[in-house]
Ligand binder design. Structure first.
Ligand SMILES: C[S@@+](CC[C@H](N)C(=O)[O-])C[C@H]1O[C@@H](n2cnc3c(N)ncnc32)[C@H](O)[C@@H]1O
Length: 314
């Protein structure tokens, strides 16, 4: 559904920066105990094994491998768009995670990560069953996802007809295609259904208009509402303003990459109609009269069993 060309790769790398800003530089939210160089661990001689599903340009996997030299990081993707020169503890493979996974018992992972892969899977129950089976007991799974929807705290969304048409038809087309894209909100329940324990959806709550606005990041997670990022630099809080500036640029790239294939194939839009829609949405994302918002979620779940338990064959 999405291209893998240069423009899309640039978008993914820009969004990587946004993900990291959201987490104040962190790469994950799961409580991982990745050994530091020289640290004694109970892993014996084993590596701390990390799998990145749908790794895209590989930027997340490379950053993790750089920051944690004692982790072995494996990235898989349908497209071989990752660089050749990567840290020695990072490897990339072309693979399809909708197929049967073929890792051996002694290749199970301590941490399985997926980011922005909503819209790439037809059978999520099968996906999460395989993720669970390929984690060591006590290992963590984490999905970092954005809602493929646009929100507002005021009537901005209702005053943005191009954006409304775009998100509604994008979701409809992806559903008809068999891989619904607006499913970030469903991952928590899917993980619970697959038997993960301690499943938590981490919420980043920001209050967008107030003078006392604060960006409540990892330390301030609450269950007050969806995590939100302004599209544009209109928030008062300087950190949110910066995030909004990046998100405004990112969302304009996003509409350009998410629209052509689905709208021409499923809705039979002409090239001209697609361009009109893209320009209309981009204009609304840049509008100073609108306060549109996107939302990002972090969902973690733990594979059952204590870390030291021997895996039980399923
Ligand atoms: C939106 S990109 C996200 C890339 C990366 N996770 C990131 O956050 O920068 C989704 C990626 O999933 C990959 N993908 C889609 N379906 C896949 C599948 N069945 N198996 C492996 N990779 C897949 C695509 O090729 C694409 O690189």
């Amino acid at each position: 559904m999405l291209p893998n060309d240069d423009a899309e790769q640039e978008r993914l790398d820009l969004q990587h920066h946004i993900w990291r800003l959201l987490l104040q530089g962190a790469l994950f939210t799961a409580p991982l105990k990745i050994p530091q160089p020289g640290e004694q661990t109970d892993l014996g001689g084993a590596d701390f094994r990390i799998l990145d599903l749908g790794c895209g340009t590989g930027i997340w996997a490379i950053d993790v491998a750089d920051e944690f030299p004692r982790a072995s990081v494996f990235g898989v993707d349908l497209s071989p768009i990752q660089p050749e020169w990567v840290p020695g503890n990072c490897r990339f493979h072309v693979d399809d995670y909708e197929d049967q996974w073929t890792y051996r018992d002694d290749e199970k992972f301590d941490y399985i990560h997926g980011r922005a892969i909503s819209g790439t899977v037809a059978d999520w129950a099968n996906f999460y069953r395989q993720a669970r089976q390929n984690l060591k007991p006590g290992g963590w799974c984490e999905m970092q996802e954005y809602d493929a929807w646009i929100f507002s705290d005021d009537d901005s969304f209702d005053r943005a007809p191009w954006t409304k048409e775009w998100v509604e038809k994008l979701d409809g087309a992806s559903t008809m295609f068999g891989k619904q894209i607006n499913v970030a909100k469903k991952h928590k329940q899917w993980m619970i259904d697959a038997g993960f324990e301690d499943v938590v959806e981490k919420i980043i709550r920001v209050s967008l208009g107030d003078l006392d606005t604060q960006l409540l990041l990892l330390t301030g997670m609450t269950d007050l509402g969806p995590p939100q990022i302004p599209i544009g630099p209109w928030a008062k809080d300087p950190a949110l303003k910066e995030l909004g500036r990046f998100e405004q640029l990112h969302m304009q790239m996003s509409v350009a990459s998410h629209t052509p294939a689905l709208f021409t194939r499923v809705w039979s839009y002409s090239e001209q109609q697609v361009q009109l829609l893209i320009e209309g949405v981009k204009r609304e994302f840049r509008s100073k009269d609108l306060r549109l918002i996107t939302s990002y979620r972090f969902v973690i779940g733990r594979s059952p069993g204590a870390p030291s338990e021997v895996p039980v064959a399923e």
